[in-house]
Design a protein around this ligand. Structure first.
Ligand SMILES: [Fe+2]
Ligand SMILES: [Fe+2]
Length: 200
């Protein structure tokens, strides 16, 4: 029975369908998004340690390129553009954001040196890891919760969509998952992919 009502219903369903299927839209909050990215950063830090252990400087360059493109070119830009200014404007955690900004800049220097293959690689890697472990831990436990509290749920959610859009704009359809695959590939090359090997 093709009543006008059914036709209209059909049109509505068809119109609504692509929204759901065109782009698998999971609702990831900005905090979860940024923390996943810290997880990726941590995996690269493990790669750095293993490269130094194996004296494999070539692979360090490949891992450093992931840091440059994804962590420095995307993740830290989000923090610098959306999180730090909002907190600074509200006069919140100013000392912390100043230090975090400075550390991003120092991190970029070190990454550039690692990619260029210059300098004392084990020492550069040690400095990078020493700085980034407390850096990201402070963001996870202090900065991100303070930011969420400051902006409220609605703006927080809106920002999540914005982050997601930029992620796909910069890194294509696969976005974050594509970077995780790249990291896993390097882990396999180094023989540190199999997680079970780390169980004591
Ligand atoms: Fe940061
Ligand atoms: Fe971060």
């Amino acid at each position: 029975m093709t009543t006008r009502r059914n036709l209209l219903l059909g049109v509505t369903l068809v119109a609504a369908a692509p929204k759901k299927t065109a782009h698998k839209e999971e609702d990831v909050s900005p905090g979860e998004d940024l923390m996943r990215e810290h997880g990726l950063l941590n995996r690269v830090l493990l790669i750095y340690e293993e490269c130094v252990r194996q004296k494999n400087t070539r692979t360090i360059g490949a891992a450093a390129a992931i840091i440059r493109d994804f962590i420095e070119g995307y993740h830290e830009k989000l923090e610098e553009e959306f999180l730090f200014p909002r907190l600074e404007k509200a006069d919140k955690l100013a000392d912390l954001t100043a230090t975090l900004r400075k550390q991003h800049a120092r991190g970029r220097d070190i990454t550039a040196q690692l990619i260029a293959g210059g300098g004392d690689v084990p020492q550069l890697v040690a400095k990078f890891i020493r700085m980034y472990r407390p850096h990201e831990a402070r963001e996870d436990t202090i900065l991100f919760p303070a930011f969420h509290e400051l902006v409220g749920d609605k703006e927080y959610e809106r920002l999540g969509d914005k982050f997601e859009d930029r992620e796909h704009q910069l890194f294509g359809e696969k976005g974050f998952e594509g970077k995780v695959d790249e990291v896993a590939q390097i882990e396999r090359q180094l023989g540190i992919y199999d997680l079970a090997q780390f169980t004591p």
